[in-house]
Design a protein around this ligand. Structure first.
Ligand SMILES: [Zn+2]
Length: 146
């Protein structure tokens, strides 16, 4: 029987119709937020208090990266037992904000170079008997895992 796919962090991303992070946009000044902002706008020049949920760019440019050898604090969910992984900071194509994410399976820091194009993917993070928990990750654009 196929396992049920579930988001490891509910409401932060989707994979139906393609992987996408879900953020919000201020209706007043059009600033994007991720994670979602829904109370008051963090733009100091704006008094906005209404937001709409929007899918964010699924690609961007690698801004920085690191090798993560210790388990990060919540809300980042990690495998148990913890296995080191590469972590990428990607500047989203349209919103120009930097979003952190694990690097897709099969890629390491040796595959990464600041300034390279990256694509958002949704991959399993961990699983149990019935459920596969997925999370967003960053993958070098147009490259297969080595
Ligand atoms: Zn605003």
């Amino acid at each position: 029987m196929a396992k049920i796919r579930k988001a490891a962090v509910e409401g932060w991303f989707t994979w139906e119709g393609g992987a996408a992070l879900i953020g919000t946009r201020c209706r007043n000044c059009n600033t994007f937020f991720f994670p979602k902002e829904s109370h008051f706008c963090r733009n100091p020049a704006c008094q906005g208090t209404t937001f709409e949920e929007v899918p964010l760019s699924s690609n961007g440019i690698l801004w920085s990266y690191t090798n993560n050898c210790y388990a990060p604090p919540p809300p980042y969910v990690v495998e148990d037992p913890f296995r080191p992984y590469a972590l990428a900071a990607v500047e989203l194509g349209r919103e120009k904000m930097v979003v952190l994410g694990q690097v897709a399976r099969g890629f390491s820091t040796a595959d990464l170079q600041v300034g390279m194009p990256m694509d958002l993917v949704v991959e399993p993070l961990f699983e149990d008997e019935q459920t596969e928990y997925v999370v967003w990750k960053w993958k070098p654009a147009g490259r297969a895992a080595s």
